[in-house]
Design a protein around this ligand. Structure first.
Ligand code: AMP
Ligand code: TRP
Length: 324
């Protein structure tokens, strides 16, 4: 049997180059070899307050982005999390397997919840819902960016604990974190990751940014002292920009360094803008291609395929626990 992949993204904010290079690009590359499930995780979105009309719209927009990025509905299953109710059901079961202490150690909760009394309980148990997403499909491999590594470790721990206590039920998944691109950094503060929720819009290149905006954002991007354009961990701003150039141009790293030898930051930034604009152009055209009806048809068939697998897993889980 072909090995299985599961991954997902939240339908909040706008997707950016970090999401593409850290996750989506690998989803597309891996779908030929693996049986793939790519989910729009709208139940994760409501762990923070969302406007209902916007959430509804963003959910469909994200499906368009998956397709435009190259996720092929003939090969991969694309679906919306809430269309398969087993996600929420298994999350409840796993909430009874997870421990307070292990969730308290999740750094993303600490960042997003900021220790606030008013943070939702859903935000606290968010990684358990993510574990449920993954384990429902007996997933072998989960392609994600670096920021999800800790959630994957929790998922593995929950799967192993469940298997130990109730008998072999879940496949224990491995993360797939790309060697380059797993953490694309902010253009303004290269010590922080590029993020959907950054208040400074100049920090982030969104996949739907127009040419002008892209050029301006790179112009305003911070650089390091010195003049060299090389991959060098001690010069995080330039390394980050060069990583983006390397991944979008497809040129080997050595060739990128050689190409910019003796050139200034100004030239580098305008070439980087060119490569980015060229790369995003066909993607942006494809995003507009899918009308609502064809999209709904893809999502409906995706939900049916996903349900068949998810219901089988949940049935086994309930059976082994004595839940009727
Ligand atoms: P999210 O937008 O938070 O739902 O994330 C969707 C996917 O993009 C996840 O696999 C993240 O790990 C990945 N991701 C988010 N931000 C970055 C970034 N700055 N660099 C690389 N990958 C990222
Ligand atoms: N937590 C992930 C993020 O914010 C999104 C996500 C939810 C996910 N469920 C998942 C990713 C299952 C991979 C597998 O990026």
């Amino acid at each position: 049997m072909r090995k299985r992949i599961f991954s997902g993204a939240q339908p909040t904010g706008e997707l950016h180059l970090g999401n593409y290079l850290g996750a989506l690009k690998n989803w597309v590359a891996l779908q030929t070899e693996y049986e793939s499930f790519y989910c729009i995780v709208n139940l994760h979105a409501i762990t923070l307050p969302q406007d209902p009309a916007t959430l509804r719209q963003k959910t469909l927009d994200l499906a368009r982005i998956y397709l435009a990025a190259g996720v092929d509905p003939e090969r991969s299953t694309i679906f919306i999390q809430s269309d398969v109710p087993e996600h929420a059901e298994l999350a409840w079961v796993l909430n009874c397997v997870a421990r307070m202490g292990e969730l308290e150690r999740m750094t993303q909760f600490k960042d997003k919840g900021k220790g606030e009394e008013r943070a939702s309980v859903g935000l606290f148990t968010y990684p358990v819902l993510m574990a449920s997403d993954i384990l429902l499909y007996q997933t072998d491999l989960v392609p994600v960016g670096q920021d999800q590594k800790q959630h994957l470790e929790l998922t593995r721990d929950l799967a192993e604990r469940f298997n130990r206590d109730f008998g072999e039920t879940f496949v224990v998944p491995d993360p797939y974190i790309p060697p380059v691109g797993a953490a694309i950094m902010s253009l303004k503060e290269p010590e922080k990751k590029m993020s959907k929720s950054d208040e400074n819009l100049n920090s982030t290149i969104f996949l739907l940014d127009d040419a002008d905006t892209i050029t301006k954002k790179y112009k305003k991007a911070v650089t390091d002292s010195g003049t060299e354009i090389t991959f060098d961990g001690s010069r995080p701003a330039i390394s980050n920009l060069l990583t983006i150039y390397h991944l979008l141009s497809g040129k080997p790293t050595k060739d990128c360094e050689a190409h910019f030898e003796g050139k200034g930051y100004g030239d580098f930034k305008s070439e980087l803008a060119e490569v980015t604009i060229e790369f995003l152009k066909p993607f942006q055209e494809r995003v507009r291609e899918y009308d609502d009806d064809s999209l709904e048809a893809i999502l409906k068939s995706g939900a049916e395929k996903a349900s068949a697998v998810a219901s089988e897993t949940l049935k086994n889980v309930y059976q082994s626990m004595g839940i009727r």
